[in-house]
Design a protein around this ligand. Structure first.
Ligand code: MN
Length: 138
């Protein structure tokens, strides 16, 4: 999917360029926090080829993240496991304390809602970028 098509058809507003977390992404993304009440939910849009770095949603209890894929094609991968291809309608339940990344396919823009599961002592640790060759070989 082209970025322009995704922007034109997005159900939730795409928001502005995601400069706050740009240091933890390769490529350009857009972030719009839809709500911060009760449960934080962000609409995250990735340009083709854009992905975030390996990261961990830490929690002592509960926590983790749920991705609801709303458009395009992308990937989700947990450390030591094969990458999972994602398309609109897919749901990813990311357990707390599991190292992972998510992002667009090389040839498609991608969008997901990211739901922060409320956690006891929650925090996010950002790690290394996804290996360029590994990503290109997906
Ligand atoms: Mn995540």
């Amino acid at each position: 999917m082209e970025l322009k098509t995704l922007f034109e058809n997005s159900v939730f507003p795409v928001g502005g360029e995601n400069t706050a977390y740009a240091q933890y992404f390769d490529g350009t993304s857009y972030l719009n926090m839809l709500t911060l009440d009760q449960v934080a939910i962000g609409n995250v849009t990735f340009e083709p080829g854009c992905r975030n770095h390996w990261h961990i949603h830490h929690a002592e209890k509960n926590g983790g993240q749920i991705l609801l894929v709303t458009a395009g094609k992308g990937w989700y991968q947990e450390w030591g496991k094969p990458a999972r291809a994602l398309k609109a309608g897919d749901i990813v339940n990311i357990p707390p304390n599991v190292k992972h990344w998510h992002g667009a396919a090389k040839d498609s823009a991608f969008q997901h809602l990211a739901i922060e599961v409320p956690a006891d002592k929650g925090s996010t640790e950002w790690c290394e970028a996804v290996d360029e060759d590994d990503y290109n070989n997906l």
